[in-house]
Design a protein around this ligand. Structure first.
Ligand code: LMR
Length: 465
């Protein structure tokens, strides 16, 4: 490895000769050898590119940055957004809780890359664009990092999570319509209950996802508020007049998303309740997905010794030792994702609750957990739709067997012979291993014709088809 020497206010540091990052990035690389697989999410780096470009434009509009510097900064930001500098951001999330080192990583890369774009050799001479004085002008890590969190979170939720959940919701809605006349036994407390249709059962899943989507969308207003302009403690020291509003306008323009400046910069730096709030909705969706995927795998259990009321697609051999076995693998992936998101919610709650005075210093861990959850939910919903939900079919034989066997069809007799007589029929049938009809006739509580007339599963599903 060949090195060049970079400096910061603490002195000189050797950095890899071919890398654009500078002294502060290198110090972080050396000082935080913690969990090297947990890199700062690339979505956060991209969000920084949006906000650094917006800051440069706003600074030039305010007369405090030359147009030449603005254009150089903007050009490098565009390169970052195009993925051309992906190997220049080596830091991990386990660093300073303000994300200062990643902010400086971006500042250093932009300054050094600008130097090269001007025709200079990396590491030779002084850069025309200074990482702190120019790239970080009118900014602090304390307002840039939370701004990057909101940009990355909003983009991930709107581009990945919502479309994924909607796709699953739509696939399940098709099943609701297709299965609307398939009468099956219900189960409460995991025990036999009165019948319903498979369509009714699935409509509950659709409703869960619709409520989850609504909860998620309801949080987006708060997430659209940006901290930028608050600088060090929320007062906006070292920013020109009107900077916060203008910089948010530029970010909205560059991202195509409805970002605005935060109403209160003190909250925006010291608390990350917007992240907690939106992640709360992600957790709600994870809770729904856990229930939906569990129900579906139990309904599909078998093929000989389970509930076996639906078929799900056979996607892969399930077992390395048991020939012919096929498992509900998509459901297993979805339920693992749900477990991860619920765990992330605990991390985010602890991290979010620990702002001290003017700053919350759990920012990188909140960002990483949030982005993981939002990505996982979106991807898992797409995978589950394409590889499982779309292919669900009723197992009519299994449904019929359980329906005809069920003792709880006896509930239909309550209005005719009373709860206590109906219970006698159910208990006798169970004890003597008889059908409900046989038990009812033995007890002389009704006639064969009355049984046919009153015990009709298709009339027991209420008005809600
Ligand atoms: O990096 C900064 O801009 C500020 C830092 O997080 C601090 O408050 O000490």
């Amino acid at each position: 490895m060949t090195y060049r020497v970079e400096h910061d206010t603490m002195g000189e540091v050797k950095v890899p000769a071919d890398k654009y990052w500078g002294a502060q990035t290198e110090r972080s690389r050396n000082n935080f050898k913690i969990g090297p697989e947990a890199s700062m999410p690339k979505e956060i780096i991209e969000a920084f590119a949006y906000l650094k470009k917006a800051a440069a434009f706003t600074n030039t509009d305010s007369g405090i940055l030359s147009a030449e510097k603005r254009d150089l900064i903007a050009q490098v930001c565009d390169e970052i957004l195009e993925g051309k500098l992906a190997s220049e951001f080596p830091l991990v999330i386990w660093q300073t809780g303000s994300g200062t080192q990643s902010n400086m990583n971006v500042n250093e890369v932009i300054a050094n890359r600008s130097h090269v774009l001007q025709g200079n050799k990396l590491g030779e001479g002084t850069t025309f664009v200074h990482p702190n004085d120019d790239v970080n002008k009118s900014q602090s890590s304390n307002d840039t990092y939370p701004t990057a969190m909101h940009i990355a979170a909003y983009k991930m939720v709107s581009e990945v999570t919502i479309p994924g959940v909607e796709k699953l919701r739509d696939a399940l809605q098709l099943k609701v319509e297709k299965f609307k006349d398939v009468v099956k036994i219900g189960r409460t407390h995991l025990m036999d209950a009165t019948p319903l249709t498979l369509g009714q059962e699935f409509s509950g899943y659709v409703s869960q996802l619709n409520h989850g989507l609504k909860a998620l969308r309801n949080t987006l207003d708060h997430l659209s508020e940006l901290a930028l302009g608050g600088t060090a403690v929320g007062t906006g020291i070292n920013t020109p007049k009107g900077y916060d509003v203008k910089v948010a306008d530029y970010i909205a323009k560059f991202t195509g998303l409805p970002f605005v400046t935060a109403e209160n910069k003190f909250e925006a730096l010291a608390a990350h309740d917007a992240i907690v709030e939106t992640h709360g909705a992600l957790k709600q969706i994870a809770v729904s997905l856990m229930k939906i995927a569990n129900d579906i795998r139990l309904l599909a259990s078998g093929p000989r010794s389970g509930i076996g009321e639906i078929h799900i697609p056979d996607n892969e051999p399930g077992s390395s030792i048991m020939p012919g076995k096929v498992n509900p693998t998509q459901n297993e992936a979805v339920t693992m994702v749900a477990a991860q998101v619920m765990g992330n919610d605990v991390t985010i709650s602890i991290a979010g609750s620990n702002g001290h005075y003017e700053l919350n210093v759990f920012k990188p861990v909140m960002a990483a957990n949030f982005l993981q959850s939002a990505r996982l939910i979106g991807d898992a919903c797409v995978s589950f739709t394409d590889n499982c939900a779309s292919g669900i079919e009723p197992n009519y034989e299994g449904i019929k067997k359980h329906l005809e066997n069920s003792l709880m069809l006896v509930t239909a007799l309550n209005p005719h012979i009373g709860y206590e007589n109906a219970a006698k029929i159910a208990k006798k049938a169970l004890k003597e291993n008889k059908s409900l009809r046989e038990a009812a006739l033995d007890l002389g509580l009704l006639t064969n014709e009355q049984f046919d007339q009153w015990v009709r599963p298709e009339d027991m599903i209420g008005g809600l088809k």
